[in-house]
Write a protein that binds this ligand. Structure first.
Ligand code: GAR
Length: 187
């Protein structure tokens, strides 16, 4: 199964996938990383593994779809990608794009809800259980069919940072499992 990862930041989820691939628990080809930032940590991680990195901006956005098609991508994984996916990609890869989100959707999702913003909103609201969601990506933010969720307790003294860290650990142990399910179709 040929995969493309879309990233924007440090890339810890992407790293966790690389580890699972190296350990042999996950049998996938990582053909491409699409990054929304020149400086994303994930770019370096990918280059160290000789994976092609395409840094997307407003001018070259239309080049992504041909690139995905030329690399025969089967599954796109949004691992901390903060930009909206162009509709033409969603249409061409219907049900073949997944996203990981650090809350129990449909709560605390939507535009602007990424990374620490999510955990800050959760704590401010007094929510007692948060977690993570892995879902299919459709034309609306954080809206597609839910494939996997895991609950994580919000502790009384949590800050957005401590909560983020606890959820991130669970993200690292979750995303590869969902990708593995998809990969079974290609074995
Ligand atoms: C992760 O917590 C991921 O769930 C979140 O961004 C972080 C990326 O971390 N994604 C969203 O908020 C999407 N709305 P990483 O770059 O270390 O994988």
């Amino acid at each position: 199964m040929n995969c493309a990862f879309f990233v924007s930041g440090r890339g810890s989820n992407f790293s966790a996938i690389l580890e699972k691939k190296k350990s042999g628990e996950l049998n996938i080809n990582i053909e491409l990383v699409v990054s929304s930032s020149q400086n994303a940590g994930a770019n370096e991680i990918a280059r160290d593994e000789n994976i092609d990195v395409f840094v997307v901006n407003n001018e070259n956005q239309s080049e992504i779809l041909p690139l995905l098609l030329s690399k025969k991508i089967d599954l796109i994984i949004l691992a901390g990608f903060i930009k909206k996916i162009p509709d033409e990609i969603i249409i061409a890869f219907r049900d073949k794009i997944i996203n990981i989100h650090p809350s129990l959707l449909p709560a605390f999702g939507g535009k602007g809800m990424f990374g620490e913003n999510v955990h800050k909103a959760v704590i401010e609201r007094g929510v007692k259980i948060s977690g993570l969601t892995i879902h299919i990506v459709d034309e609306e933010y954080d809206n597609g069919k839910i494939l996997f969720q895991k609950a994580v307790e919000v502790l009384p003294n949590d800050t957005p940072q401590t909560l983020a860290k606890r959820i991130l650990t669970q993200e690292h142990d979750s995303l590869w499992r969902v990708i593995k399910e998809f990969s079974k179709k290609y074995e």
